[in-house]
Design a protein around this ligand. Sequence first.
Ligand code: S3P
Length: 176
Amino acid sequence: MSMKSSIALVGFMGTGKTSVGKALAARLNKEFIELDAMIEQKAGKSIPEIFRQDGEVHFRELEIEVTKAVAGRKNAVIACGGGLVLNKINTDRLSQECIIVYLAASPRTILKRTSADNGERPLLPGKLLETRELLKFRKPFYERAADIKVDTSKLDIASVVEQIIKKLKEHESFDC
Ligand code: S3P
C-alpha cells in the first residue's frame, strides 16, 4: 500500500475547512493550500465575480484545473471548495496523495457559521430549509469521497484538529 502525506478537507460551506486546515497544517508542519484562493488568483478576480461574469460551469472548470495542479503535492493540507466533490475527477486525483477528510455539520450550525457572510459565497442558501435541501443533495458526494469523517457541529477548531489527528493515526495509509 502506498503511504500518503497530504490531507484534503472537503465538506459543505461553513464547516470550517479553511480555519481547521490552517490549524491542522501548522500542527503537522505541512503546507496549507486553499483551492478557492488559487482559483481567484488564476482568474484574476473574486469568486462572486467569476460566478457573475462567467457562470458556475466556468468556475467548476477552473476548480478542476487547480485541483489537478496540486493533487500530487506531498506534505500539504488542502482546503477544498464546498462543491469540489461534485466532479468525481477531483476526488480521484486528490486521493492519489491525500487522505480525504470530510468535515460535516448540521444545517443549523452551517447557517450560524455563515451568517456573517456578505456575498462571498454565491451558492450559499440563506434559509434553513434550503440549506437542508442542498446538504441532503450533496451528502452522498461527501460520504463517497471521504476516508475520514468528523462532525464539527459541537466542536471548536482545536478539537476538530485533535479528532482529525486521532483518526489519521488510525488510518493505515497515512504517513504522520
Ligand atoms: C462552493 C463553495 C465555496 C466556493 C464556491 C462554491 C460550493 O467554497 O468554492 O463559492 O459549491 O459549495 P467554501 O466551501 O470554502 O465556502
